[in-house]
Design a protein around this ligand. Structure first.
Ligand SMILES: CC(C)(COP(=O)(O)OP(=O)(O)OC[C@H]1O[C@@H](n2cnc3c(N)ncnc32)[C@H](O)[C@@H]1OP(=O)(O)O)[C@@H](O)C(=O)NCCC(=O)NCCS
Length: 225
């Protein structure tokens, strides 16, 4: 199982080049300390509409600096999406490995027991000019892979999704997320909790069944020295 320290020490381990459906290549990789200014550029360029759906503590250099300073120090893993060759940050993907009391209580009311051992929180924000182009869907299989590498079997939405964020609700549903239920935000607006169960990764294809020989049961199994 990968730890946040492992990832910070070897960010290339979680880097992927992906070709968007329009053609341009993007790179998804862990946030690194050298990203502060580019991350500030990304946050600062988010439109008011996007900021309503993805809320950060701030949208400038101070917040970008805090996010970079938090690398491998708390329970968060942040990946950025970078366009190629310009190197502009065009997306921020966040994983939270600890459950918050508020999330735990809401899910408990819905009959779901969250655990910091196998659940993780996930949030995604794309630059305005990269939304609605299939990029979010393109990165989702890698998101699931990262969660599995972190030992997680279920993803919950970080803070839920606003009920009037129809594109995001459609995006999550078409990528396999299921609705858990609505809840009311502090400002009285409505949001939805959603989860994605991560099925085990597919088994590598083995030889045809007719070549399998019966194997006698070995009670020592893999524990045998
Ligand atoms: C939400 C987000 C991550 C989705 O990524 P994306 O790359 O834009 O999503 P995709 O293009 O893969 O899919 C979007 C889907 O929503 C549909 N859609 C777009 N606008 C819609 C609307 N107003 N109502 C309903 N569906 C809508 C698209 O047609 C597409 O569905 P389709 O493939 O069946 O046609 C991205 O748009 C984003 O970052 N938005 C701003 C921040 C945000 O809302 N983050 C999520 C917070 S919970």
């Amino acid at each position: 199982m990968l730890t946040l320290t492992d990832i910070a020490g070897n960010p290339e381990r979680l880097s992927r080049r992906l070709e968007t459906r329009d053609g341009p290549v993007v790179v998804l990789r862990p946030l690194v300390h050298a990203d502060t200014e580019r991350l500030a550029g990304f946050l600062g360029a988010l439109s008011p509409g996007t900021r309503r759906f993805s809320t950060f503590d701030g949208y400038g250099l101070a917040t970008a600096g805090e996010l970079c300073a938090a690398i491998a120090r708390y329970d968060k893993l942040r990946l950025v999406l970078e366009d190629v060759p310009a190197g502009r940050i065009v997306g921020l993907l966040e994983f939270g490995l600890d459950m918050t009391p508020a999330d735990t209580a809401r899910y408990r009311d819905a009959g779901i027991r969250l655990t910091g051992a196998t659940d993780c929180r996930f949030g995604i924000t794309l630059a305005d000019d990269h939304q609605d182009r299939g990029v979010g869907t393109l990165v989702l299989p890698f998101v699931a892979e990262v969660a599995r590498l972190l030992g997680r079997t279920r993803i919950i939405l970080w803070g839920g999704v606003r009920a009037d964020n129809l594109r995001a609700v459609r995006y999550y549903e078409k990528n396999g997320f299921r609705r858990v239920g609505p809840f009311t935000e502090a400002d009285g607006s409505s949001s939805l909790d959603m989860t994605l169960d991560l099925s085990p990764p597919p088994e590598p294809a083995g030889p045809p069944a007719r070549h399998h020989r019966p194997v006698s049961h070995d009670p020592a199994g893999d524990a045998r020295p």
